[in-house]
Every structure is written in structure tokens, then in C-alpha cells.
Design a protein around this ligand. Structure first.
Ligand code: HEC
Ligand SMILES: [Cu+2]
Length: 319
């Protein structure tokens, strides 16, 4: 998660800006402190006329108060402008960058891979898989309040504003796993809004996406599936889930993460729990203690055994 360990072009230029700002700030502060001490040690000079006194004062005000800040800020801006430009989604001469949509929700991340003509989007949550070694355009939005998209080792960050989309271009030098975090206070579980980022070789990325683009396996109706339809499916999409089983009488302004590939995801609750056997059933019973205030209502009215069955079924959902 450290900006001091950059692993992409945008993060690298931000790293140098960080150092430049630190060095300029330290040098300017030391200069100011030195002058300040100097004024204590210097004797009053009675031989100056009021006119001379005014000139000296003006020199300090214009030089130290206006010229010096203008020069430092312009220098920093010249240094920083190419970095900002590099993160804009400008047209490239060679290929079109991959486009991935990320939407902030209280308090989780929706991640969408747009489909082509007549093709559905691939949708997942709290896990961002991207190709390494090429620029990727992240189209950012929000479903509720202002969030911010921040992948410290790749660069950023950028606000996610409800009602509009903005784009940031980032690149990972090589395959790896990185952390992401919401960087704009968005409510009680702001810190519990973590994003697991995986950069893959191009061919692994294509394979990952192709697996998810394939038509979903048919879901056989049984008690567990019916219980999911009754208690969960109004908020959670599972591709291929029989529509007739969805009981749609829960609070509806809330949307939950897409669960189509939940069994293959590394965490639950946006980084709250590692995914392992039994983790979903545990999450379903304790999510309000693990992540207090999160927008999924408690499931106390559902029998533990039913929650365990649903959890076990969800864990099998892998592409
Ligand atoms: C009112 C809407 C709503 C209902 C009903 C609901 N959920 Fe959720 N669910 C959510 C929200 C919102 C989250 C995200 C919580 C967070 O991480 O902040 C969530 C998170 C989850 C997660 C974690 C997903 C992830 O990517 O980490 C699982 C699994 C889950 N719900 C399963 C269920 C099951 C099973 C049921 C039925 C027993 C259910 N949910 C009922 C809204 C709902
Ligand atoms: Cu936040």
C-alpha cells in the first residue's frame, strides 16, 4: 500500500513529486527558520532612515512573500504537470487501452468489464483484475456518496462522484497483487472498504475474463436455492439464477455485490475476512459484528442451518 514503493509509471512520477515537494519544503523551512533566528540575533540599526526601513521591509515582503512562493510553486507545477497529463485518458497512437469500470458503494467496490455488442458485462466485486504492462482506463463512478479510488502502488487517487463518471489511466509494470483503499471519507465503514488488485499477464487476464464471459451453468432448484431466492436474490445478482425464485420484497434502494464468482474471490466484505471454507456462512451470521453498520441487514430471522447451506452453495460459485 506504500506510495514509496511505486510499480507503475503514474506512481513513479508521483513518487518523484513527493520527494521534490519534501526536499523543497525542507529547504524553504530551514531557510525561514534560519532567517527567523537571525532577526533575534541582529541588533537594531538606528542609522536607517524611515525611508530605508520601508525599502528593506518591501524587499522582504515582495521577495520572500511573493517571489519565492511563486517560483517554488511554478517549479513544482512544471514538475507535476506531465504526471497529471499521463493519467488522463488521452487517445493513444497504438492500441485502445483496456477499459474497466469501478463503482463505489457504501462500503464495497463494484467492478465491471464492459461487454461488446449484445454481450453482457462481466461483474464482480471487491476484486480488481487487470492486465499488466499496458495502460488501463478506469472509469469511476459512485452509487451513493463520494468515494475515492486509490491504488497507492499504481498511482491515483481520483474521486468517485455520484451522478458522473471520470476516468484515470494507470498501469502496472508487471504482474502482482496490490492493495487499494477508498480515500474519501464515506461513512462508518470507510476504512472497511478495501480493494484487492491483481495484475495478470495479458493472456492470463484474457483467460480470466473469458471464463467469466462464458454462459453460466444452469442452477438446479432445491431448498437452498429457494431460500436464497427468498432472502438474498433481491439484493444480490447471481448470473443464471432462476428469475421466478426471486422474492422481491426487501428494501430496494440498497444493492449488494454481484455474487456470480464469489467462490473464487480472495476476501469477503471488501477485505473484512479471507475467503476460506465456511467463511461465507460465518460472514452471514456475524457480518454486523465484523463490519458494524454495513448495509446488509442482519439475518437473525433465518435459521443457522439454512445460512450454512446457502454459504456452502455460494462457495461453489466459481467460473
Ligand atoms: C438489503 C440488501 C441485502 C440483502 C437482503 C442481502 N444482502 Fe448480502 N450484502 C448486501 C450488501 C450491501 C453487502 C456489502 C456489505 C459490505 O461489505 O459493506 C452484502 C455483502 C454480502 C456478501 C459479501 C460479498 C463480498 O463480495 O464480499 C455476501 C456473501 C452476501 N452479502 C450474501 C448474502 C446472502 C446469502 C443473503 C441472504 C441470506 C444476503 N446477502 C442478503 C446487501 C444485502
Ligand atoms: Cu470511503
Amino acid at each position: 500500500m506504500s506510495i514509496l514503493d511505486p510499480t507503475g509509471p503514474a506512481a513513479r512520477s508521483q513518487f518523484w513529486i513527493w520527494w521534490a515537494m519534501l526536499i523543497v519544503t525542507v529547504v524553504v523551512s530551514l531557510g525561514v527558520y534560519a532567517l527567523w533566528l537571525y532577526t533575534f540575533r541582529r541588533r537594531h540599526q538606528p542609522e536607517r532612515t524611515p525611508r530605508e526601513e520601508r525599502r528593506v521591509m518591501l524587499r522582504w515582503v515582495l521577495g520572500g512573500g511573493i517571489l519565492l512562493p511563486v517560483v517554488s510553486i511554478v517549479a513544482l507545477m512544471i514538475f507535476a504537470a506531465p504526471t497529471g497529463r499521463g493519467m488522463l485518458p488521452l487517445p493513444l497512437t497504438d492500441a485502445d487501452p483496456e477499459r474497466i469500470e469501478v463503482i463505489g458503494h457504501q462500503w464495497w467496490w463494484e467492478v465491471r468489464y464492459p461487454g461488446g455488442e449484445g454481450e453482457a458485462d462481466v461483474v464482480t466485486a471487491n476484486r480488481l483484475v487487470m492486465p499488466a504492462g499496458e495502460p488501463v482506463d478506469f472509469r469511476l463512478g459512485s452509487a451513493d456518496v463520494i468515494h475515492a479510488f486509490w491504488l497507492p502502488r499504481l498511482g491515483g487517487k481520483r474521486d468517485m462522484v455520484p451522478g458522473r463518471f471520470s476516468t484515470i489511466r494507470l498501469e502496472a509494470d508487471s504482474p502482482g497483487v496490490f492493495g487499494g483503499q477508498c480515500a474519501e471519507f464515506c461513512g462508518a465503514q470507510h476504512t472497511g472498504m478495501q480493494l484487492h488488485v491483481e495484475a495478470l499477464e495479458r493472456e492470463d487476464y484474457d483467460a480470466w475474463l473469458a471464463e467469466r464471459r462464458a454462459a453460466p451453468e444452469p442452477i438446479e432448484e432445491d431448498d437452498t436455492i429457494r431460500a436464497f431466492g427468498e432472502h438474498c436474490a433481491a439484493c444480490h445478482r447471481v448470473a443464471g439464477f432462476p428469475k421466478v425464485l426471486v422474492v422481491d420484497d426487501v428494501e430496494h434502494d440498497i444493492e449488494g455485490p454481484d455474487l456470480t464468482d464469489i467462490g473464487s474471490r480472495p476476501t469477503l466484505g471488501a477485505g473484512e475476512l479471507p475467503m476460506e471454507e465456511g467463511a461465507i456462512a460465518y460472514w452471514l451470521q456475524h457480518h454486523q459484528t465484523l463490519k458494524p453498520g454495513n448495509r446488509m441487514p442482519p439475518h437473525n430471522h433465518i435459521e443457522t442451518e439454512t445460512l450454512q447451506d446457502i454459504g456452502a452453495w455460494l462457495e461453489t460459485l466459481e467460473p
